[in-house]
Structure formats: structure tokens, C-alpha cells
Design a protein around this ligand. Structure first.
Ligand SMILES: Cc1cc2nc3c(=O)[nH]c(=O)nc-3n(C[C@H](O)[C@H](O)[C@H](O)COP(=O)(O)O)c2cc1C
Length: 273
């Protein structure tokens, strides 16, 4: 036993060496026909050793390999492509909660999103209830209007937003019933990308469930202005806000996909020295 609790069931181990091959830190070696971890300080805790073992002989971090069963892998890649192509930014939502079942699945999915060196420094703040979201929206709009009126230099976009809010519109959060804000540990190695990946996965999984989502650039700016809002969202002091996404059941239906202007894509044909 060691701190990682890396254990091998010697009765099961078939000595295939897959754990040695797949360890990204190259710290597993076979000794006396049994895999062992050396230099556990550099272990990424990625659990590849446990996941790759064909006979479920390896446990790490007290995880039982029997709870790691792959539930089939029959994704139709065309379906995934259709989700990507038909994903739209949603700005019209039903005033109702997303079911607990969908919410739980979305939250669980986030645990599987990758982070640089597996540092897992993300923190997710949710508004799960449509009424809490209504109070939040009202409070943030009031604060925003007051703030913009108070400052001497008013950016044109802020003046426009204030006018819309005063006219009873909701130009930032629309009528979304839910929000997720993801923040990152300031010490994380890949802090500028980890949260983008997590929200991208979140968006696609949510849209595959028929939900609407919208990256909320304005909210991002506003949360940065108001530390008390960040505090109420439970964002730890060790963390910095990454980005914000609205989501909920859609009150709009697109019957076609869009036809984006293709990006330029360059392929290197030959590598000249
Ligand atoms: C990083 C990012 C920030 C965004 N912020 C906002 C926003 O604050 N308000 C909004 O209405 N749409 C926002 N959007 C949505 C874009 O405007 C949207 O992607 C664009 O209109 C194209 O529509 P589509 O996403 O349906 O293809 C944002 C999108 C991204 C990727």
C-alpha cells in the first residue's frame, strides 16, 4: 500500500504490460511479475492504469475497477456531427426548471471533462431553480443599472443594455431558467483552456438532450464587476471566473441548420528542412 493506494490483484493480473505502456508518467514497472508504481509523487491520478487493465486487476485511489465498466461504445459519429451542426445559441427559454434527471446527468458529465496535466482545478456554480434565477436576474440588473448610472464614462454598449433593461427587456440573461459559471484555480497549469473545454462539452451534451444553451459573454463581464455576485455564486477565493453559460428548455425551434462560411484550412504537404 502507498498514498495512491495502487494495488494489484495478483490472482487476476495477466502481466500484459498495458498499465506500463499507458501510464503517461512512465512510473509503472513490472517487478517480480507484478506492476508497481515508482515515484508516486509525479502520478497524474489519471487512472489510466486501472482503466486499461483488461482483467480489472488494478485499483488506484481506492477505486474499485468493477465500478468502471464501459457501458458499450456504440456512438454513431453522424449523430454527434448532427448535434454539432444543429447546435444553436438559444435566446428563448421556457420558464420552467430542467428536470432533476437531466441536471444530475449534466453535472456528472462535467467530472469527465479533461484538464491539463489532469489538475482538475475547476469549480462549477449553478443556479438550479428558475425562481432563484429570477431573483438573481433582478438583483444583477438593478446593480448593473445603478453602477452604469454612477460611472462618469459610460461605454456605448453599457448605455444600450441599461436602456433595454429599463424597458423591461432581459438583454444579458434573456429568460434563461438556469446558469452555470465555471471558475478555475489560479494555480492550474492550463487554466485558460480547461474551463472552455468543460463548457464546450456541457453545451453539446445539453443540446443532445434537447436543451438550449448560450455562452454568456455579457454575464462574464458583469460578474467581473461585482465581487459580491461572485461570492454568492460560491466562487472560492483561490479561483477566478472563467465563463458563464445559460441553459434551459428551449422556447424556440430551428428547422434548419446554418451554412457557415468555411474557415481557411491549410494542410502541410511536405516538410522541407
Ligand atoms: C464566447 C462566446 C460568447 C458569447 N456571448 C454571447 C452573449 O453575451 N450574448 C448572446 O446573445 N450571444 C452570445 N454568444 C453567442 C454568439 O453570438 C453566437 O454563437 C452567434 O450568434 C452564432 O450563433 P450560433 O451559436 O447559433 O451558431 C456568445 C458565443 C460565444 C462563443
Amino acid at each position: 500500500m502507498n498514498k495512491l493506494n495502487f494495488t494489484v490483484d495478483e490472482n487476476k493480473c495477466v502481466n500484459c504490460g498495458q498499465c506500463v505502456k499507458c501510464c503517461p508518467q512512465h512510473i509503472i514497472k513490472i517487478k517480480n511479475n507484478v506492476p508497481k508504481i515508482y515515484n508516486e509523487k509525479v502520478c497524474l491520478k489519471c487512472q489510466h492504469c486501472m482503466a486499461v487493465c483488461p482483467v480489472g486487476a488494478i485499483s488506484i485511489l481506492n477505486k474499485n475497477p468493477d465500478n468502471s465498466a464501459l457501458e458499450g461504445f456504440n456512438i454513431n459519429s453522424e449523430d454527434l456531427l448532427n448535434v454539432i451542426k444543429s447546435r444553436r445559441s438559444c435566446r428563448h427559454y421556457k420558464h420552467e426548471n430542467v428536470s432533476k434527471e437531466k441536471l444530475d446527468k449534466l453535472k456528472e458529465m462535467l467530472d469527465y471533462t479533461p484538464t491539463g496535466v489532469n489538475c482538475r482545478g475547476l469549480y462549477f456554480s449553478f443556479i438550479d431553480d428558475v425562481e432563484v434565477m429570477d431573483d438573481f436576474r433582478k438583483h444583477v440588473y438593478e446593480k448593473f443599472v445603478k453602477f452604469i448610472k454612477f460611472i462618469p464614462f459610460k461605454p456605448a454598449i453599457a448605455t444600450k443594455l441599461v436602456k433595454q433593461i429599463e424597458n423591461g427587456k432581459s438583454p444579458i440573461f434573456f429568460d434563461a431558467p438556469h446558469i452555470v459559471a465555471v471558475s478555475f484555480d489560479k494555480k492550474s497549469v492550463c487554466k485558460k483552456i480547461d474551463y472552455v473545454i468543460a463548457l464546450s462539452y456541457f453545451e453539446l451534451y445539453a443540446q443532445s438532450m434537447g436543451l438550449g444553451t448560450c455562452w454568456c459573454g455579457y454575464a462574464d463581464g458583469i460578474f467581473r464587476l461585482f465581487p459580491d455576485v461572485r461570492k454568492k455564486l460560491g466562487i472560492p477565493k483561490t479561483h477566478e471566473l472563467g465563463y458563464v453559460m445559460l441553459f434551459g428548455e428551449k422556447d424556440e425551434k430551428y428547422t434548419r441548420i446554418t451554412q457557415p462560411i468555411p474557415y481557411e484550412k491549410y494542410s502541410v504537404q511536405k516538410w522541407d528542412k
